[in-house]
Design a binder for this molecule. Structure first.
Ligand SMILES: Cc1cc2nc3c(=O)[nH]c(=O)nc-3n(C[C@H](O)[C@H](O)[C@H](O)COP(=O)(O)O)c2cc1C
Length: 163
């Protein structure tokens, strides 16, 4: 039995203007802080962006969902504190998206290439020593996407004992 948050989580790129509460944001970040981390470093931090900087990030990324979503959460990691920074940021991100789903909120992984990451770090005053790989817009879903179904499952991708 697959848990319902995994079935229902979809990448949402269209949000209503209804705000996301501070309690919901805290729950989402708490879920990320319960994620496994390399060497149990617990080093992922989060920038929550709701104000004018959101428009500045939109000006860089030019994605309407960045402007529409009432909040962006940017997972941030001090590179000196992790032996596996991309993995630590990624699993924290997935926990956030699953928790957002549990709260009936939408989310999407917006990937940041090096150029975008540098520009977003500048806007948010994230130090050079710290890594960002993505940001997660969170909001109430305007246009729902159907949940996942068993049609997406492929037993052929399971290799038994060897490739
Ligand atoms: C590493 C990674 C990078 C992604 N980058 C983007 C992105 O830059 N923009 C975007 O809209 N979606 C992005 N996505 C979301 C995927 O497009 C999405 O997960 C995929 O289409 C499957 O849809 P679902 O999330 O609704 O199941 C990314 C997902 C991952 C895991």
């Amino acid at each position: 039995m697959i848990i319902k948050e995994i079935i229902n989580r979809r990448s949402i790129r269209s949000y209503t203007s209804e705000p996301v509460s501070d309690e919901q944001i805290t729950e989402i970040i708490k879920a990320a802080q319960f994620a496994p981390t390399s060497n149990h470093n617990c080093a992922v931090e989060f920038v929550v962006v709701k104000g004018a900087n959101k428009n500045k990030v939109y000006d860089v990324l030019k994605k309407d969902f960045v402007k529409e979503a009432p909040v962006l959460i940017v997972p941030v990691l001090d590179k000196a504190k992790s032996v596996a920074p991309v993995q630590d940021l990624s699993i924290a991100s997935e926990h956030m998206m699953l928790q957002a789903t549990a709260l009936d909120l939408g989310s999407v992984w917006k990937n940041l290439d090096e150029t975008w990451a540098a520009e977003v770090k500048k806007i948010l005053q994230i130090p050079e020593t710290h890594l960002i790989i993505n940001l997660i817009p969170i909001g109430h879903i305007k246009t729902p996407t159907p949940a996942h179904t068993d049609a997406e499952f492929s037993g052929k991708k399971i290799h038994k004992e060897k490739w």
